[in-house]
Design a protein around this ligand. Structure first.
Ligand SMILES: [Zn+2]
Length: 375
């Protein structure tokens, strides 16, 4: 009998591959996971999901799953049914993460636990330009107000016509594995938030050559490859096109929130940045390297859900207020006493109380339910 469990420091996961794309089977499996004290944390298509579950339940769950006609991971090797490209990437990413070498590379990643100030992954003082807000007369709807419930993640790898702009299969799988690892960690930090990441994975190739003579602005460096990619996805150009794509994704996947994550090798203004509703990252990931994509992408996801930077080079302030509770940025490195390790301050797998509040994670009356859980 295949044992699907793996145990890492932050969570206990199982990969589940269903035999059909019947929504009833998905629902039945989700309910079965719940009866074993677990929950669905990531979805890669109608047949492929990750569950977070106490490790002591893994064996009993696997047995129950087989009884209920769902196939385990081993079933995919000679699967009589095709999985989609996105589902296949989700499975490949999970297998990559199960390899001890992956965990070792993560543990030895350059700049582990160092302040983001060493090589800032975003330039918050230029947020207005990064968001393209000046183009719009009215404010856009907020597609990521706080991190509770299901989230559509449109993960889009955009390749170009020349080899230097293309990803090998191993690089595509690494991107998905890093995102799966980082977002899985984030969801596990507050089970009561019921966070489920529902992926739409796309690998797109556009015809435009790289042009390093383009003006050094976010939009000038992003539009030439982003807009043809949006066109392939059936949407118009510009930030509005990204908003339309994310809104359509939320509708199609039936999630509460959503955002897009673009990965590319095209030359950018900066190697990583975020403003609602999208994150943009260069595969090389500057000094943090590809084996640090998980931490940078998850930090950027923090921005998508309203978290401010906390490292001192970001010029943060302990009095600025953020998130659904209008909480101060009390762990800003320039003024916090004590200053505590936190993903919004450093390349580290920790969340401070302030960042939790900015994400919307607070239980003020201590009743075990988050204040916003019923919102
Ligand atoms: Zn940041």
């Amino acid at each position: 009998m295949p044992v699907l469990s793996r145990v890492v420091a932050y969570t206990e996961e199982q990969l589940v591959v269903l035999q059909s794309d019947d929504p009833e089977e998905f629902l039945r499996t989700s309910e079965l996971i719940a009866t074993f004290g677990g929950r669905v944390s990531q979805v890669y298509g109608p047949r492929v999901l990750l569950a977070q579950m106490p490790v002591r339940q893994h064996e009993a769950f696997t047995q129950a799953l087989e009884t209920s006609h769902a196939a385990g991971e081993e079933g995919t090797a000679n699967a009589p049914f095709p999985v989609s490209e996105g589902e296949a990437l989700g499975i490949a990413a999970w297998r990559l993460r199960s390899d001890p070498q992956f965990a070792e590379a993560k543990a030895r990643r350059p700049g582990r636990d160092a302040s983001w100030g060493m090589d800032p992954p975003d330039e918050p003082e230029e947020d207005a330009e990064a968001s393209g807000e000046e183009e719009f007369a009215s404010p856009a709807p907020d597609l990521s107000s706080f991190l509770i419930g299901s989230v559509a993640v449109g993960l889009i790898i955009v390749e170009g016509p020349t080899p230097d702009l293309q990803f090998t299969q191993a690089e595509r799988e690494l991107v998905v594995a890093e995102v799966q690892d980082g977002l899985g960690w984030l969801a596990a930090q507050e089970p009561r938030a019921g966070v489920t990441w529902v992926f739409d994975l796309q690998v797109l190739r556009v015809a435009v050559p790289a042009d390093t003579s383009l003006p050094m602005t976010y939009e000038a460096r992003e539009a030439p490859w982003r807009d043809p990619a949006l066109h392939q996805l059936g949407h118009g150009p510009g930030i509005q096109g990204v908003r339309d794509y994310v809104s359509a994704l939320i509708g199609r996947l039936g999630t509460r929130w959503g955002y897009a994550g673009f990965f590319t090798k095209y030359p950018l203004k900066h190697f990583a940045y975020a403003s609602k509703p999208r994150v943009v990252m260069h595969y090389g990931n500057n000094g943090w390297k590809p084996e640090g994509i998980a931490e940078v992408f998850t930090h950027e996801t923090g921005h998508i859900f309203g978290c401010p930077d906390e490292y001192k080079e970001s010029k943060c302030s302990c009095s600025s207020r953020h998130g659904p509770f209008n909480e101060v940025n009390g762990n800003c490195e320039r003024c916090a006493t004590p200053f505590t390790p936190c993903l919004m301050a450093a390349n580290t797998r920790a969340l401070c109380t302030y960042t939790r509040a900015h994400l919307g994670w607070r239980d003020s009356d201590g009743d075990g339910t988050l204040d916003l859980a019923g919102e």
